[in-house]
Design a binder for this molecule. Structure first.
Ligand SMILES: Cc1cc2nc3c(=O)[nH]c(=O)nc-3n(C[C@H](O)[C@H](O)[C@H](O)COP(=O)(O)O)c2cc1C
Length: 197
């Protein structure tokens, strides 16, 4: 597997910020059906094995899944407070829902479900997210089967196509862009360009 060149500065940022639990929270922007941006916080769940795809989990009933079906483009904005650096990672979103026919992705979906805590798994039994809260709404604390994901549990993958890394340390600041390109053999490779901050 070709490890993209931005993986190494990102791994270093994750390592140097490992004491901050919120350094694994980032913002994911998508585009809604009217072309307006939609933005929310997600927890980074690591990289899909053997790839540069970032992994997240989400509920199939959430609004972002409709946005992604309509337009798979997305961008995460990720700030690391301790080292004062930002990564903006843009690319294609792939929703791995219960009937996605990709064995490797399904196996990662199951492994990610199994690695969640009981309270995190319980949230997938709650009433429809984003719908009005009524007396019928239920929010159980009892955890579902830890071995088999509920049908509404989704793995969400971001396949990066460009990365913009800004470091505020240093005077002047440093900024670097990474672009994913296909060569004639349809092999992917990354170009790196230092930018004015
Ligand atoms: C710290 C934090 C972590 C969150 N982590 C997730 C997550 O991993 N997955 C998720 O779907 N929503 C997560 N959420 C909730 C989302 O920000 C959002 O409210 C929810 O996914 C509904 O978004 P949507 O209507 O755009 O689909 C988190 C919220 C916060 C504040």
């Amino acid at each position: 597997m070709y490890l993209a060149p931005w993986r190494s500065p990102l791994a270093l940022a994750l390592h140097r910020n490992r004491s901050l639990v919120y350094a694994r929270y980032l913002q994911l922007a998508t585009v809604n059906a009217n072309g307006a941006p939609a933005n929310r916080t997600l927890v980074f769940r690591g990289f899909l094995e053997g790839s540069n795809h970032l992994m997240f989990v989400t509920d199939a009933r959430s609004e972002k899944t409709l946005q992604i079906a309509h337009n798979p483009q997305g961008e995460v904005c990720w700030y690391f407070p301790k080292t004062r650096e930002q990564f903006r990672i843009a690319g294609l979103l792939h929703l791995v829902d219960h009937d996605r026919e990709n064995l490797a992705w399904q196996s990662s979906r199951r492994a990610t479900w199994q690695a969640l805590s009981d309270p995190a798994r319980a949230q997938f039994t709650w009433s429809h997210p984003g719908q009005p809260r009524t007396t019928e709404s239920t929010f159980s604390r009892s955890a579902p089967d830890p071995s088999e994901p509920l049908p509404n549990f989704c793995l969400l993958l971001l396949e990066p196509l460009s990365v913009d890394h800004l470091e505020l340390r240093g005077d002047p600041h440093n900024r670097c862009r990474y672009f994913c390109q296909n060569n004639q053999d349809n092999d992917r490779h990354w170009l790196i360009q230092a930018m004015n901050p």
